[in-house]
Design a protein around this ligand. Structure first.
Ligand SMILES: [Fe+2]
Length: 417
């Protein structure tokens, strides 16, 4: 591990795994944590126990949490998720349960203090793996998600009610298991991406392959529909890493996503439209930069959004590496974007939006993220004001130790008593 020339990017610098679990209380804060900001920021990411792994996505999952309450940063905790196959990708809280997720396995439930409870399968209703990108509908409180797997029917769609009970399940006919990392919802529909990225050599660190003969299609399904209700839309061959958001505009569905024309190529912000009357799809590029980790305000999921947050991945290498990032706030009505400058020495991770309690306005919110030193020497939790994204942070919480640059986080606000 000592020679930087032989260490793969995902084990070095800001990405390097940590080797211990810690609990630290009363953290140093620069600035002022808003008193309204009560809850826990939790972030998942690969952190191989041995310190080594063949690819960034291969390490055991570790959660990092920072508890904000009463204008103070009460604690920092980091915990490996326990078990044989610890999910390393994301976190969701639904119906009082906090679930750690990875798309190849079923979820693992954890406590508010990040201790592992154990595997969770929705009372036996979940038959296999679960996407790491389920969607919580802000209007109904439902959790919508899917399972994607190597055996038929490959794709299964699930809808759980606000109490966490699976109330709808539909097997969807697709020709093969494709790489399907994310999907989208609108008020009445769910949208699946069945694209020419198929399973490749499972021994490879990145076991996917491009198939020129596999048609690229998006499937639009009513939320309570089955396979027979699916409307398929042909699109130009592409791959999608993450959804920004989707919404309905009359008979048209608008989907913003992060798209690339092939695998192992930079992704960029892209808008698709699906006309349910004519059956036609159209698409347009929104921003040509290499962007990913898109997020929107949780109150606009499935509804019209104006704001999106992304991370620009800079100095992209052939091995999938990147050594610089910037955090951006997009205004998708004007096409403008604002960059928050954390300095050349900093690598911001994914932004999450923490609404101001009692407000659903996109800009009446805070943006929370981890910002890592590029050399891996330190990490801060940063709170920005969404209405003044480029302004200096409202607060910076110095973590007592470094945390690796990871994958997806979530803000878990305290629920009203
Ligand atoms: Fe993801």
């Amino acid at each position: 591990m000592s020679n930087p020339d032989t260490v793969p990017f995902h084990l070095a610098g800001a990405f390097a795994p940590v080797h211990e679990e810690r609990t630290d209380v009363e953290l140093e804060v620069i600035g002022e944590i808003p008193a309204d900001l009560r809850g826990t920021y939790v972030r998942n990411g690969p952190n191989p126990r041995t310190g080594r792994s063949p690819a960034w996505f291969a390490g055991e999952g570790m959660l990092h949490g920072v508890r904000l309450e009463g204008g103070r940063a009460r604690w920092y905790r980091n915990r490996w998720i326990a078990g044989a196959c610890p999910p390393n990708t994301s976190v969701v809280r639904h119906a009082g349960r906090i679930l750690a997720l990875v798309e190849t396995r079923s979820p693992v439930e954890v406590t508010a203090e990040l201790e592992t409870v154990g595997p969770y399968d929705f009372g036996g209703a979940l038959g296999g793996a679960m996407t790491a990108h389920p969607k919580i509908c802000p209007r109904t409180g439902e959790l919508l998600f899917f399972s994607n797997g190597p055996s038929r029917p490959h794709l299964t769609y699930y809808r759980a009610d606000a109490a966490g009970r699976v109330v709808h399940r539909a097997a969807i006919e697709v020709p093969a298991m494709t790489f399907m990392h994310d999907f989208a919802i609108t008020e009445r529909y769910v949208i699946f991406y069945v694209l020419p990225v198929l399973l490749g050599d499972v021994r490879s660190p990145v076991p996917i392959r491009w198939d020129d003969d596999f048609p690229a299609r998006f499937g639009v399904l009513p939320r309570d529909g089955g396979d027979e209700d699916m409307r398929w839309f042909d699109v130009a061959p592409c791959t999608i890493s993450h959804t920004v958001n989707a919404f309905e505009e009359g008979d048209t569905i608008v989907l913003d996503a992060v798209r690339a024309p092939r695998i192992m190529m930079p992704h960029a912000l892209h808008r698709f439209t699906f006309d349910l009357s004519s059956g036609r799809a159209a698409e347009t590029a929104l921003d040509p930069r290499f962007l990913d980790f898109p997020r929107v305000h949780p109150a606009v999921v499935g509804a019209r959004h104006r704001r999106a947050y992304t991370i620009e991945l800079c100095d992209f290498g052939a091995d999938g590496s990147f050594s610089r990032t910037t955090a951006r706030q997009h205004d998708l009505e004007t096409g403008a974007a604002v960059v928050h400058d954390f300095g050349d020495d900093a690598m911001p991770g994914e932004c999450v939006v923490a609404p101001r309690p009692g407000s659903d306005a996109e800009d009446d919110a805070w943006v929370i993220l981890f910002v890592h030193r590029r050399d891996g020497s330190a990490t801060e939790l940063v709170v920005l004001d969404a209405s003044r994204f480029a302004s200096p942070p409202v607060a910076r919480v110095r973590l007592p130790c470094r945390a690796p640059l990871g994958l997806h986080g979530e803000w878990l606000p305290d629920l009203a008593a």
